[in-house]
Design a protein around this ligand. Structure first.
Ligand SMILES: [Zn+2]
Ligand SMILES: [Zn+2]
Ligand SMILES: [Zn+2]
Length: 467
């Protein structure tokens, strides 16, 4: 089917730019296979931006992820809001410009939307997934810019339209995604924020350590060599340029010969306190509160790139992960902790020579395809898989996830032969689950090893995986 750009009409005042158009109310009924991108008349940028927000705050990925182009006439302001669209084009006076050149550039975004698993194309509305999907579909990182348009000083233009006033801000959201290892940061800037309102617009000033006033003068300190008297210069001044020592009444003639100026100090105009130190406070332009600078919030503002886990979550969402379900059911340990358990267990076995334990590796082949094939049933299937897993394990067994589809289990007080039997039961139960409920099968690779002092978990895993 031939695609063409459509104009998104959001007000009666919109200039008609294109023969094909769609209104905000028609978005969920649109046949997107006909649309290469949405053009928005941005003669009035703030109105155009509001229309973009409405689109991006939609629940359907097929709508909120669509490429959007702002069209401007003549002069363009340098507001960050221009960068919230996927592209901008200037409207020619005779209306002649190449709409189709952009179609090709933006088509990769439409192709990405088409690869989403079908069950993920329904309304999700999960803001974290939306953010990950925008980055994944555009193959971009989250890049901030500094701006005075927004009170907290930084904006991620491509992501900002997702956020309503009621959501946590993009900066907090990105920090949260970073914690989940879905995105990874590189430093863009460090900045101080008001602890009362989060504003970045702060007036830093020194205040008197005695009375708290900010009415300070910076004055020079004068040191008279002859009598060693030292005080701020105002104490020496008599007349315009005349300096006389208040202690010994001698006139100070030549700097370097009679006296020197060792430093500058603060002098309070209110209480006359003179001193080198002062408290630095920050007064907020936004909420007017004054905060001691050491209590301000110091934050790192980062560029972020998607990690491979983040890329997966962009496709499949965050909730359906098998490991998430297993984690809740079984308490997975980290690979590092798992190796420690194995080492202790191997030492115990060789010392007492009374019992045997086994290490088992289980790999689900093509687990990611299950998401595609099973659609909305995937979550239920994963819970069932987790229960099967649980049924062959005992309280004393230790389990770790090497990645999304490879699991390693320490089966204590179990010989390799017994472990093989248990794994065989696992295999059969999984086969049964799939043959009874679904058309597709889930292939498994399974192997058990004796736990011995020579056993190295990582090497064993690598050997297993390269088979
Ligand atoms: Zn003072
Ligand atoms: Zn003197
Ligand atoms: Zn404030």
């Amino acid at each position: 089917m031939k695609k063409s750009p459509f104009q998104l009409i959001f007000a009666d005042t919109n200039t008609v730019l294109l023969p094909d158009s769609v209104t905000l109310a028609e978005l969920d009924k649109t046949n997107w296979q006909q649309v290469s991108y949405l053009a928005i008349d941005a003669t009035n940028l703030s109105d155009a931006y509001v229309a973009l927000e409405k689109l991006r705050q939609y629940g359907l990925p097929s709508v909120y992820l669509r490429p959007v182009v702002f069209v401007f006439a003549n002069a363009k302001s340098d507001s960050w809001q221009w960068q919230a669209a996927d592209a901008i084009i200037e409207k020619d006076s005779d209306g002649a410009f190449d709409w189709f050149d952009l179609s090709e550039k933006l088509e990769s975004i439409n192709r990405w939307i088409d690869t989403l698993p079908t069950f993920e194309r329904v309304v999700d509305g999960n803001l974290q997934v939306k953010v990950l999907r925008l980055l994944a579909s555009r193959k971009i990182g989250a890049k901030p810019i500094a701006t005075s348009d927004i009170y907290n000083g930084y904006v991620y233009p491509a992501l900002q339209p997702f956020f309503t006033r009621h959501d946590m801000g993009p900066i907090q959201m990105l920090a949260f995604l970073q914690e989940q290892k879905l995105i990874s940061p590189t430093l863009f800037d460090r900045a101080h924020f008001c602890i009362h309102c989060d504003s970045a617009f702060l007036n830093f000033k020194e205040t008197c350590v005695e009375c708290g006033s900010h009415d300070l003068d910076v004055v020079e300190l004068v040191h008279h060599f002859k009598c060693a008297f030292t005080a701020d210069i105002s104490r020496f001044k008599q007349g315009r340029d005349n300096l006389v020592c208040p202690k010994c009444d001698k006139q100070l003639q030549h700097i370097g010969v009679d006296y020197d100026k060792p430093s500058v100090v603060n002098k309070c105009r209110i209480c006359q306190h003179v001193g080198q130190d002062a408290n630095v406070v920050a007064k907020c332009f936004h909420c007017n509160c004054t905060t001691d600078s050491k209590f301000l919030e110091l934050r790192r503002i980062n560029n972020y790139e998607l990690t491979s886990v983040g890329l997966n979550a962009a496709f499949y969402g965050l909730q359906t992960y098998f490991t998430n379900i297993l984690e809740a059911e079984l308490q997975l340990v980290s690979l590092r902790e798992f190796e420690l358990f194995i080492n202790i267990e191997a030492a115990r076995i060789s010392r007492y020579a009374k019992s045997q334990s086994a290490l088992a590796i289980v790999r689900f082949v093509g687990l990611d395809k299950i998401h595609f094939e099973l659609g909305s049933k995937a979550k239920q299937v994963f819970s069932e898989l987790a229960s099967i897993f649980k049924s062959i394990l005992r309280e004393t067994d230790v389990i770790t996830a090497y990645n999304e589809s490879v699991f390693v289990i320490l089966m204590t007080e179990t010989s390799k032969e017994k472990a093989d039997l248990a794994l065989d039961r696992l295999n059969k139960a999984v086969e049964k689950l799939f043959s009874e409920n679904f058309d597709s099968a889930l292939n498994m690779q399974i192997q058990a090893f004796n736990v011995e002092p020579e056993l190295q978990v990582k090497r064993t895993l690598e050997a297993f995986l390269s088979n």
